[in-house]
Design a protein around this ligand. Structure first.
Ligand code: ZN
Length: 159
């Protein structure tokens, strides 16, 4: 188990477009495991490679539901529907929360750690988390989409 250092805003690496992953080797598998350990350590529900200083199209999501740990390599939203507005935070912006509008449903095409392509559908909070992480891979930060910032105590009353 290896915890990586989180990149906090502001940092150039957080606003760069990431490169596609072409090599699916043991190094990638170790990196994914380290990303997961880091996300859990910092209590996140998602983490994108730029947040640990790597400009590659790699993200992980685990919102603690039945889907468990989702590894997204070279992900792309291929379909989206509806809208939802809800609170969002980011491990690169400790203590900052804001309401962000996202699609309520997404269909995402990605590759797993072995390079095998898959398509996944998600709704609600899982769809939100996936859109947030995929944005990171394009250098897009949630702060550019915040409709209204939220105080931390206001967030807690929402559960
Ligand atoms: Zn984030």
């Amino acid at each position: 188990m290896s915890i990586m250092k989180l990149v906090l805003y502001p940092a150039e690496v957080l606003e760069k477009r990431c490169e596609r992953v072409k090599i699916f080797d043991r190094k990638l598998a170790v990196f994914l495991d380290d990303m997961y350990d880091t996300m859990i350590e910092f209590d996140g529900v998602g983490l994108a490679a730029p947040q640990v200083g790597h400009t590659q199209q790699i993200a992980i999501v685990d919102i603690g539901d039945e889907h468990g740990r989702i590894e997204l390599i070279n992900p792309k939203v291929i379909e989206q529907r509806g809208e939802q507005v809800g609170p969002e935070g980011c491990l690169s912006f400790p203590g900052l929360f804001g309401e962000v509008e996202r699609a309520d449903y997404v269909k995402v095409h990605a590759q797993n750690r072995k390079g095998r392509p898959f398509v996944m559908e998600a709704r609600g909070f899982l769809a939100r988390a996936m859109q947030h992480e995929i944005d990171h891979l394009h250098g897009i930060l949630f702060t550019s989409k915040v409709l209204r910032y939220i105080e931390e105590d206001e967030l807690e009353t929402e559960g």
